[in-house]
Design a protein around this ligand. Structure first.
Ligand code: ADP
Ligand code: MG
Length: 212
């Protein structure tokens, strides 16, 4: 997967976040402060602007993800901006200067993203956050690669596991973030950040499929 695929991923992620802006905001209205879709849509719009406006466009997958992370950190308020910013920056750093990214390198980058989110936010699986989608996805992806899955299949497993991880947050009580203020009343709602993570990873699956 080359820089074109990663650029296409970010463009596709921006599109899917924009298309789901109101849905994400409604999920956040139930257990938060009704701004998650607005926050992320604004952030990804800024990312698209940054990618286009750059005097020297980022030429490697790592540089694209690093620019994405930096922009999200500077443009998105709330908890999710710094967390997603950290995730993309750590993934970008893990990819280094490579012009082409294979499945093991992508797996390592996603693991680094998860580690960054957990370092910053201290959420564990089961706390009803984006970690529930990201951790399930990275684990399933690593397993699929170890079992010799094709790129398409491994990325389908990644996206499906993220969605399942997001759905699993419905029955959880939030222990981190704003939703935790609700205590047991947070049960019964899907976590907005877990849903946006699943959307962003589904965009990766689609961009890689289209880029072959
Ligand atoms: P805020 O809660 O500040 O309004 P957003 O609404 O943009 O920020 O994002 C909320 C999402 O952020 C939650 O649904 C959850 O997935 C994620 N989140 C919040 N706190 C944490 C944390 N400590 N670790 C991981 N994810 C978190
Ligand atoms: Mg919010």
């Amino acid at each position: 997967m080359d820089a074109e695929v990663f650029r296409a991923w970010i463009v596709s992620a921006a599109g899917v976040i924009e298309a789901n802006r109101d849905h994400l905001t409604q999920l956040d209205a139930a257990i938060g402060d009704a701004d998650h879709g607005i926050n992320l849509a604004r952030g990804f719009t800024a990312v698209l602007g940054a990618l286009e406006a750059a005097a020297t466009p980022p030429a490697t997958p790592g540089a694209i993800l690093t620019m994405t992370g930096n922009t999200l950190i500077s443009k998105v308020g709330g908890a999710s901006g710094p967390l997603y910013g950290m995730a993309f920056r750590r993934a970008g750093k893990a990819l280094g200067d490579a012009a082409d990214v294979d499945l093991p390198a992508l797996s390592a980058a996603l693991d680094a993203a998860l580690a960054g989110v957990q370092q910053l936010g201290a959420a564990r699986e089961g706390d009803k956050t984006m970690v529930d989608a990201l951790a399930a996805a990275t684990r399933a992806f690593g397993k699929a690669i170890a079992e010799g899955a094709s790129q398409d299949d491994a990325l389908a497993v990644l996206a499906d596991a993220a969605s399942a991880g997001a759905e699993a947050t419905v029955s959880m009580q939030a222990l981190k973030g704003r939703a935790s203020y609700l205590g047991p009343r947070s049960v019964g709602h899907e976590d907005p950040g877990a849903v946006s993570t699943a959307l962003i990873l589904s965009a990766l699956r689609d961009a890689a499929r289209a880029g072959r």
